[in-house]
Design a protein around this ligand. Structure first.
Ligand code: GLU
Length: 475
């Protein structure tokens, strides 16, 4: 069997987005599953759209999730001579032609075509130029592009996901292959490189499907065998609209900053358009490599569901070693200035263990645990009240708890020891909520938090006493 070789071929025009990373992942999984190779090719020939720093974000993003390319990274911008040579070959063989039309003329042609109700295509006027006219223009240094001659008829191909695909060539414009700056367009460079690099499978987003007939025509003109194509479904927002920033279409590194784990991102992305055909949901990269297959990739759009991502991320957080999670949480606590002095690792560890099951992203540690680090908390005093408690009853209870706490020796200030004492107090007032709710709010300042005694044990006797005092003072 010939070697399977795939490639991820991003254009460095911005951040690496979640859709781009999914394309990289599918190519990677398919290659690895088939003992093949996975190539990274930077398609940087569009100098107008090139964005400084973009290559770095692509490389950092791939590295972060553990997608490693085989061999050296290929930069198309260093291969312009190759593309030029092939463009010349096509021109010499009358499969392409030079077009000298200015942007103004092209706009006018397009307008006229649209007015006539035709597709907004180039009208091929430069195809009529005589050899002499062309030579004259070249001599005068008139800028030109090289355009592909789209033949009459239909272009058909078999897509591994979409099956038989057919395009009417009438709808296809004579594609520019080489621009006036000497750089190739995506179409030319992409086909040449896929051929020269012996790419066996092109797995890319569905948005590239209309480009494929142009590529097939190029393969035919060159006399090359085209690779297999698999156009993977678009990633859509929950309302089936195009995924926008509002729905989570952020750069991959932004997910990292927000406290998503790379394993969770990979697991989630794999399921954006693919599933193993049963109800298993948690897959490591290795398991994905073993299970992945193109024929289980769906045709219809894949919905980006942030809640699902949060759930998967939570699953991976629970699987982390406490040490590792502490290490991941500390930068967030530092960044928000909740930790300003020397870190008390033991203290942070206790908090992390307590919160682990509630975290959906590592950064949630800030919102869930700020009260462990703050000296003063701000909350509405009415939050201290359980149901219809009045001020007097509330104050009495908090004073009673305070008194109880002062009688407990420091070494016994644990959930285990405190629980029976407070429970018997609650039995006296006839309602657990009347004791535990005000205590929990006094210690955390929050509507929702872990249980009061877990918090009390971590905060310690002295801090708890101070917080109770502060609460009483507010009433
Ligand atoms: N450079 C194209 C992109 O930015 C590659 C498309 C393809 O895979 O052919 O996505």
């Amino acid at each position: 069997m010939p070697t399977i070789k795939t490639r991820f071929a991003p254009s460095p025009t911005g951040d690496l987005h979640i859709g781009g990373l999914r394309t990289a992942l599918y190519n990677y999984l398919f290659a690895k599953k088939n003992n093949g190779k996975f190539i990274l090719r930077i398609e940087d020939t569009d100098r107008a759209r090139f964005k400084e720093g973009s290559v770095e974000t692509i490389l950092t993003g791939l590295k972060w999730v553990g997608i490693k390319a085989d061999g050296k990274i290929v930069y198309q911008s260093s291969r312009t001579d190759i593309y030029k040579k092939y463009a010349e070959q096509l021109t010499a063989e009358n499969k392409a032609y030079r077009c000298f039309c200015s942007v103004e003329i092209l706009n006018k042609i397009r307008e006229e075509q649209v007015k006539k109700g035709n597709p907004a295509k180039y009208d091929r006027r430069c195809l009529e130029l005589s050899k002499e006219e062309i030579e004259e223009k070249i001599k005068k240094n008139n800028p030109y592009v090289v355009r592909l001659i789209i033949p009459d008829g239909k272009t058909k191909f078999k897509d591994l996901i979409r099956e038989n695909v057919e395009f009417n060539n009438k709808e296809i414009d004579d594609q520019v292959l080489l621009k006036s700056d000497g750089y190739p367009t995506y179409h030319l460079a992409n086909v040449i490189d896929d051929h020269l690099m012996k790419i066996s499978h092109v797995i890319r987003a569905e948005e590239w499907l209309p480009s494929t007939p142009k590529h097939i025509i190029l393969y035919e003109y060159f006399g090359w065998k085209p690779p297999e194509f698999a156009h993977i479904p678009m990633v859509l927002a929950p309302d089936k609209s195009k995924l926008s920033k509002r729905h989570g279409a952020m750069g991959v590194l932004e997910f990292k900053n927000q406290g998503y784990l790379p394993e969770a991102i990979i697991n989630f992305l794999a399921f954006l358009g693919w599933n193993p055909g049963d109800n298993r949901e948690i897959f490591s990269m290795q398991e994905l490599i073993e299970e992945f297959s193109i024929d289980k990739v769906q045709k219809g759009g894949a919905i980006f569901n942030m809640e699902k991502l949060n759930w998967i991320n939570g699953q991976y957080i629970r699987r982390l070693d406490t040490d590792k999670l502490v290490e991941l949480c500390i930068p967030y606590l530092k960044k928000t200035k909740l930790i300003t002095t020397k870190i008390n690792k033991e203290y942070v560890e206790k908090i992390v263990v307590l919160q682990k099951d509630r975290l959906k992203k590592v950064s949630d540690i800030i919102e869930f645990s700020d009260f462990f680090f703050k000296e003063k908390m701000e909350y509405d005093k009415d939050l201290l009240k359980w149901k219809n408690m009045d001020d007097r009853e509330l104050k009495n209870i908090l004073e009673k708890i305070s008194e109880i706490f002062s009688g407990v020796p420091e070494k016994d200030f644990t959930k285990e020891k405190l629980e029976p004492i407070l429970k018997s107090e609650a039995a006296k007032v006839g309602d657990n909520g009347k004791v535990f709710w005000p205590l929990r709010v006094a210690l955390s300042g929050k509507k929702a938090s872990p249980g009061p005694l877990e918090i009390a044990e971590i905060l310690g006797k002295e801090m708890c006493t101070r917080r109770l005092k502060m609460a009483i003072k507010q009433i």
